[in-house]
Design a protein around this ligand. Structure first.
Ligand code: ARG
Length: 572
């Protein structure tokens, strides 16, 4: 039940001319339950109704008619507060969770509509680093949240598999590389060659020219260059896929930058025809002076294409292929200008769907205590980070639960989860400083804390029934929901009820942290309940009622964890 709507419908007849929808939007959940379960801040209507807030609240109270969903109402300093009937609320919430289970919180808002999500998109022959992890996890969560809300999602890994850097890499390999080393060391060796190229080029600028020419040969289909390039791609993909398997991330398409090689000519032609292309010292660009942006370079002096060219081409291709309602690009905020520029180019080309393109930027990640310099290649390698997380988690598990079976599997779920969660626990635009201590703290606002709370629900259910699963169908009819009418249980129920709204909010804001923060709130309210209200009591009726709440938390937590890409182990 949508209580905001129910309340709005009850209030509308008494609020002259204010739309029910407007009222529903104004209704709030007070931070403190003493101020009601729902509240109408009347000062937001005082202008429209030409009345003082306290007068509006008083009047609403006078005219309020008894309602089965709400127990009582009050008018306090300009707020009209409403208290739910606790028993009914419990019945409603638990009933819905029992009915929907793994669909609890889902909706069909996006039915029949496509969303394209371009995420992760690492660069071939370069280390998969912690910045790509953010794109991967934010993108993955945005994907799952949309899917949960009924959208048809297309996840695209726009691999950085084309561009001048491949000219450099091929030149470097031909000068200093050998097959055996690349086969043995993979991306590390490619990265080493790439860095060596830059070091050497500092004193030998002719290397740069050679690399540029090499890339032009590659674009023209030179066989030797193509062969090496393909090999570099293969080696890199193998490593990336290992990472994705560890993270539990999948893509619907791996059409990277090179996919658009044979599609760019037509776009350049179109730009010319639309008189958008201007020659500048041999290069071709689209001027964006009128929009206070530097020009978008489309063709370089030597004829080579650019990141811009491929993004414009890819967007047109995707629009034709997927007829998207939204096409989302998840990258660090450092690329914001790039996206603004080429979004503008699409608009100037006369495509009204330019407004459906959205850049979803995020802040930088740094590791506590580590000095980073990307240029020299001492970036934080994701593989190392994940391995360390798993190892550190194993140590903690050995202390907490030395007899745990499948310890390795759980250490992976919790270790990887800790990293993902710490990545998703703040507004994405914020820069984050990653700290092991914070991420792996089982009592903090962390992945392990939420997972541990889920494990607690599992072990309670196991103790009560001998298994995590309890019979749900028909079970709720036998429950006495009046027994859940106490502050701790109601606190949990309020959180459970919020889930659907939070998921929707996360979708609208493209902000997975709404879900991660929600999970921490839910875990905290559950733990309060757990400490105040013994669950496995002798009184069978009370025990069943409390267990129903435990079960509801378990289901909701699993659903939420899954949305942000975390697993939910049953023991740890
Ligand atoms: N490969 C780029 C990078 O590592 C990200 C690509 C993002 N997607 C796009 N369509 N531009 O920074």
């Amino acid at each position: 039940m949508n209580y905001k709507q129910v309340l709005a419908a009850g209030l509308a007849p008494h609020l002259d001319g204010v739309q029910e929808e407007t009222i529903a939007d104004l209704i709030e959940y007070p931070p403190n339950p003493q101020m009601g379960d729902l509240s109408m801040p009347c000062f937001k209507l005082s202008k429209q109704l030409r009345k003082a807030p306290h007068a509006i609240a008083e009047e609403l109270k006078q005219r309020w008619e008894a309602h089965p969903v709400f127990d009582r109402v009050e008018a306090v300093s300009g707020y009209f507060n409403v208290f739910l009937n606790g028993q009914r609320f419990a019945e409603e919430v638990v009933g819905e969770i029992y009915d929907l289970q793994d669909r609890y919180g889902s909706q069909q808002i996006g039915q029949g509509r496509n969303i394209v999500i371009d995420f992760s998109s690492p660069n071939i022959a370069k280390t998969f680093h912690i910045g790509h992890l953010r794109s991967t996890m934010i993108g993955n969560a945005i994907y799952k949240i949309h899917e949960f809300l009924g959208y048809n999602c297309v996840g695209i890994n726009h691999l950085g598999d084309w561009g001048t850097q491949f000219g450099k890499l091929i030149v470097a390999y031909q000068l200093w590389g050998n097959q055996a080393a690349v086969e043995a060391e993979g991306i590390d060796e490619l990265q080493r060659l790439y860095i060596k190229f830059h070091d050497e080029a500092e004193s030998k600028p002719e290397l740069e020219t050679e690399a540029r020419l090499c890339f032009v040969r590659l674009e023209q289909g030179d066989e030797e260059a193509l062969k090496l390039w393909k090999w570099f791609v293969e080696i890199s993909l193998k490593e990336f896929e290992k990472m994705y398997a560890l993270l539990g991330v999948k893509f619907d398409s791996y059409a990277g930058e090179s996919f658009y090689n044979d599609k760019m000519d037509a776009v350049i032609e179109e730009l010319k025809q639309k008189k958008l292309l201007e020659e500048d010292d041999g290069a071709q660009l689209v001027r964006l002076d009128d929009f206070n942006m530097p020009p978008a370079l489309m063709i370089k002096k030597d004829g080579g294409t650019l990141y811009h060219t491929r993004d414009v081409t890819a967007a047109i291709y995707r629009h034709n292929a997927y007829d998207f309602e939204k096409c989302i690009y998840v990258t660090d905020a450092g690329q914001s200008l790039h996206f603004q520029q080429w979004f503008k180019v699409i608009e100037l080309m006369g495509y009204d769907w330019a407004s459906k393109l959205a850049h979803v930027p995020f802040g930088k990640v740094s590791l506590e205590g580590a000095k980073l310099s990307t240029r020299k290649g001492n970036v934080i390698r994701l593989e190392e980070l994940l391995t360390q997380a798993i190892e550190k988690t194993k140590v903690i598990i050995n202390e907490k639960n030395p007899s745990l079976e499948n310890r390795d599997e759980v250490a992976r779920q919790v270790g990887v989860g800790a990293i993902i969660f710490s990545d998703l626990s703040n507004n994405r635009i914020k820069d984050i400083v990653f700290s092991w201590e914070d991420a792996l703290n089982f009592d903090g606002e962390t992945g392990p804390y939420v997972q541990y709370t889920h494990v607690r629900t599992c072990s309670l259910l196991r103790k009560a029934n001998g298994s995590e699963s309890i019979e749900l169908s028909g079970a709720k009819d036998a429950l006495n929901f009046a027994l859940l009418d106490n502050p701790e249980a109601q606190g949990v129920l309020r959180q459970l009820h919020l889930f659907k709204e939070r998921v929707e909010q996360a979708m609208h804001k493209l902000e997975p942290s709404v879900v991660s923060r929600y999970l921490v709130d839910l875990a905290q309210s559950f733990n309060r309940f757990y400490h105040e209200c013994p669950i496995l009591v002798d009184d069978a009726e009370l025990r069943q009622a409390r267990l129903a709440l435990v079960k509801s938390v378990q289901i909701t937590m699993r659903n939420g964890l899954c949305l942000i890409g975390l697993e939910a182990p049953e023991k740890m």
